[in-house]
Design a protein around this ligand. Structure first.
Ligand code: AHM
Ligand code: MG
Length: 334
């Protein structure tokens, strides 16, 4: 019989991968995993709104119900606050970065950027949603960490991960030494190693993009979509189109099966929709660690300059050969 390896055990085993490891990053990952379990519990109750009360109302126990994205944001921030390893949190839900000022976090070295509940419009229809996180080490060595500590390039990430609240709940993360996936076993309340050394196929047959905006896409993207749809046996075309509206779910599927996810610029939103710091950079780090690639259509996502907390970027991410092909179309037509 093979023994179960929990996330907690795995993190401790891998701690020595870091020359400066003192257990701080391990504790930080543990704190995020605890918050993920609490958020997971709440998401699983989401279908019971008729019994428990709608968000914004008071439930039968007299407790106020919160919108799940607000709830998730509070849980992750609270876990980071009480863990003591994080000095600044950047969240999709907050306009400004949040300083964690407490006695236990006065020597904290890590900055966490987080999208607490990505794809939250899917909650109402019981389709998978996710959490995305990215971890940096602060660069400044004394005083309070600053905005410059936050605005680091994606290549500077020390860890990144996502949690997918799907038909089962999984936590997938990297510390720059491959990607490992853990499935939550609700009966023991632990994330257990289920997907060691995840690798994305170099080629795939799935393309994921919101084709409803087709007429607003740049020509390079329009031509690439047409390329995906053309019959060509040697390259397994036409490809299959799959899009849930939840980036974590779409990328998780494409990582396992092989595929490309695109959120390009559109006529009304020239930088696209997705945010660099807490959506694109962490996903790019994970996908590259799994052997894939992420681009803004021309340049590697992880090397983009970060100027603002909520900066947006177009993204082409997934199986390397598919992303390179899409870049060729962008170079030729856009
Ligand atoms: P959110 O952070 O407000 O949930 O938005 C991000 C989500 C992604 O998960 C998803 O890929 C995209 O928005 C879907 O957008 P659209 O409905 O424009 O296709
Ligand atoms: Mg989001």
């Amino acid at each position: 019989m093979t023994a179960v390896r929990t996330l907690g055990q795995f993190i401790i085993e891998r701690q020595n991968d870091f020359p400066y490891a003192k257990g701080e990053l391990s504790r930080l990952l543990r704190d995020l995993a605890i918050a993920a379990k609490i958020v997971n519990r709440e998401i699983n109750k989401a279908g019971l709104v008729d019994i428990l009360g709608e968000a914004g109302t008071t439930n039968v126990q007299g407790e106020g119900q919160k919108k799940l994205d607000v709830y998730a944001n509070e849980q992750f921030i609270a876990a980071l606050q009480s863990g003591g390893e994080c000095c600044i949190v950047v969240s999709e839900e907050n306009d400004e970065h949040i300083y964690i000022d407490s006695e236990i976090s006065k020597d904290a070295k890590y900055i966490v950027a987080i999208d607490p509940l990505d794809g939250s419009s899917n909650i109402d229809v019981n389709v998978g949603v996710g959490t995305i996180f990215s971890i940096y080490r602060r660069k400044s060595t004394d005083g309070k960490a600053t905005l410059d500590d936050v605005l680091q390039k994606g290549t500077e990430q020390v860890a990144a991960g996502y949690i997918i609240y799907g038909s089962s709940t999984m936590l997938v993360y990297t510390t720059g030494k491959g990607v490992n996936g853990f499935t939550l076993d609700p009966s023991i309340g632990e994330f257990c190693l289920s997907h060691p050394d995840m690798a994305i196929p170099k080629d795939g047959v799935i393309y994921s993009i919101n084709e409803g905006y087709y007429t607003h896409f740049p020509d390079g993207v329009k031509k690439y979509i047409k390329y995906c749809q053309v019959e060509d046996k040697p390259t397994n075309r036409p490809y299959t189109s799959r899009y849930t509206g939840s980036m974590v779910a779409d990328l998780h599927r494409n990582m396992i099966k092989g595929g490309i996810f695109i959120y390009p610029s559109t006529a009304s939103s020239i930088k696209g929709k997705l945010r660099l710091v807490y959506e694109c950079n962490p996903m790019a780090f994970i996908i590259e660690q799994a052997g894939g690639f992420a681009s803004d259509g021309y340049k590697r996502i992880l090397e983009l300059d970060v100027k603002e907390l909520h900066q947006r970027t177009p993204i082409f991410i997934g199986s390397e050969n598919m992303v390179r092909k899409a870049e060729e179309f962008m170079a030729s037509f856009s």
